[in-house]
Design a binder for this molecule. Structure first.
Ligand code: NAD
Length: 490
């Protein structure tokens, strides 16, 4: 039996954007999951805020539908208990109306944790924080969570951070990157730092290279307008892929204390080899999908979806990244992310070096170098590829097998969604899995020159057919180093 989580202290969780897509698909279902396990204590309230005028009951109906749509096994009693915690307040941030109702709803609860979750357009981050300040809604026990994107470049991220920082102190600000809440990402930390086995091998002497792939089969769907102002580098690499890279590459932190972990991640970001114009040309590939076949059907190209024939926004990026440190000298990190690719998969592959010398006869078969594969999507899991003697064979034949280190099935537990963990961490005030301001700004400092160089290019992103692994230049990027992308298992 898994341990039951500790019951939370009373809290008010105020979700701006309570009627949005994120609330529907992730926030409400994730919060509900904490009810049947008893984590939501007495006095835990959820206050959904949005522009639409709705009564509490109308919102609860909407929330019920969201939960029923996204949760497989519903405990009806728990669902009723959960819905009873929810209230709804209409605030129009653009018109600056409705704040008094929110004040009344929160009145008398100044002593409990007050967590604001800004699940709204980033343009509203500043106005919401300013209004919370003006209406004296920010208490000692307040915190604020913001969703990506934090800025469009280093300068605008600085402005966003300044605005939020004028109302909330850094220890109250939770910049969410939901990849950090994933079970396998936690497991990566456990593998690295709760075993003696890996750490001695975790360096340039034994690791050949690292690959991080975040591949989607979906296109931009209804988000083309937003996406065209962002692109894959801002939307995925600046946050998710660089955060994963940090967790693989960081030195062992002193403890799991938030600043111990974040100090180490920051050092990695600062050690990324800055990309000169010449390196951007050589070590990055940007692509844009064309019509093709994806997820079993014919799909349009990006420009047709967008309705704009001249966009140079990239829907795919591949990059070869160097970390300037003793541990990672000459160990490239290959990053790759894109839409409309051949499979939906997010994976980190740690490729170990070849054996220095084989004692086996050629007839024993090929000896594949060891590989640790940490899969975040679609099925979370960790596998170590090792060589063994082929069982039953009378001669010494070798065979590569995966050692499966995923124990959810063996322990018969449901893997919690990343948001479940992150929301509860935020309520507890634990910032370990959230990005600190200097991390976000250091990530932009590395990304900005790439964006800058691309902005001067006349050449369009390289086209790729939907349903493939991206432009051929991304394959050339890794193959010219004598390596290949690990696509064979999808
Ligand atoms: P959405 O457009 O579906 O929802 C936006 C919400 O903001 C709605 O509840 C809407 O009522 C509210 N809103 C709009 N104008 C308002 C106003 N004037 N006053 C008050 N409320 C107003 O957006 P979303 O997809 O839920 O995304 C929310 C945030 O989360 C964004 O910052 C987005 O970038 C980020 N995000 C979303 C996802 C996702 O999967 N949806 C993933 C990662 C990050």
């Amino acid at each position: 039996m898994p341990n039951r989580p500790a019951q939370s202290d009373p809290f008010d969780l105020v979700v701006f954007g309570g009627t949005g897509d994120l609330a529907h698909r992730k926030l409400l279902p994730s919060l509900y999951h904490r009810e049947p396990v008893g984590q939501l204590g007495e006095g835990a309230r959820i206050i959904a805020v949005s522009r639409r005028p709705l009564s509490d009951d109308e919102y609860r109906d909407w929330a019920r539908k969201a939960i029923c749509e996204h949760v497989a096994d519903i405990d009806q009693d728990a669902l009723e208990r959960f819905l009873a915690r929810i209230q709804y307040v209409s605030v129009d941030v653009a018109q600056n109306t409705g704040w008094e109702t929110l004040e009344q709803t929160l009145a008398g609860r100044e002593g409990v944790v007050r967590a604001f979750y800004l699940s709204v357009s980033p343009d509203f981050f500043g106005p919401i924080c300013s209004s919370l300040g003006e209406h004296n809604l920010v208490t000692e026990k307040s915190r604020v969570t913001i969703e990506k994107p934090i800025g469009k470049n280093g300068k605008s991220a600085h402005t966003v951070n300044e605005t939020i920082g004028s109302v909330f102190k850094e220890h109250q600000i939770f910049r969410i990157d939901h990849y950090l809440g994933k079970e396998t990402v936690q497991n990566l930390m456990a593998l690295r730092f709760a075993n003696v086995l890996f750490e001695p091998l975790w360096n340039a002497a034994h690791i050949d290279h690292v690959q991080i792939t975040v591949a989607e089969t979906l296109g931009v769907e209804g988000r083309a307008g937003y996406y065209d102002t962002a692109g894959a580098l801002r939307d995925m690499v600046q946050n998710h892929l660089l955060q994963l890279l940090c967790l693989v590459a960081m030195e062992p932190p002193e403890s799991m204390a938030p600043d111990s972990v974040r100090d180490e991640k920051l050092k990695v970001l600062k050690a990324l080899h800055p990309m000169s114009a010449e390196m951007v040309e050589r070590n990055t590939v940007r692509g844009q999908y064309r019509a093709g076949a994806s997820a079993g059907g014919a799909v349009k190209g990006y420009l047709d979806e967008l309705g704009h024939p001249d966009s140079h926004t990239e829907t795919f990026v591949a990059a070869k990244v160097d970390i300037q440190s003793w541990r990672w000298a000459n160990v490239p990190f290959y990053l790759r992310t894109g839409k409309r690719l051949a499979a939906r998969v997010s994976e980190i592959t740690i490729q170990f070096k070849d054996l220095p010398h084989s004692i086996f006869l050629p007839g024993a078969g090929r000896i594949a170098a060891n590989k640790l594969v940490i899969r975040l999507q679609p099925d979370e899991g960790v596998k170590m590829q090792v060589m063994i003697k082929d069982p039953g064979s009378s001669s010494m034949r070798l065979r590569e097998v995966p050692l499966d280190m995923t124990f959810a099935e063996a322990f018969n537990v449901r893997q919690p969604d990343a948001y479940e963990r992150l929301i509860m961490d935020m309520i507890r005030g634990n910032q370990t899995l959230f990005m600190r301001r200097d991390e976000v700004e250091a990530a932009w400092k590395w990304i900005d020159p790439i964006l800058e160089h691309w902005s001067h290019l006349k050449e369009a992103p390289k086209p790729y057919t939907s349903g493939t692994w991206g432009p051929s230049a991304s394959i050339a990027l890794i193959e010219r180093d004598g390596r290949t992308w690990h696509d064979e298992s999808y």
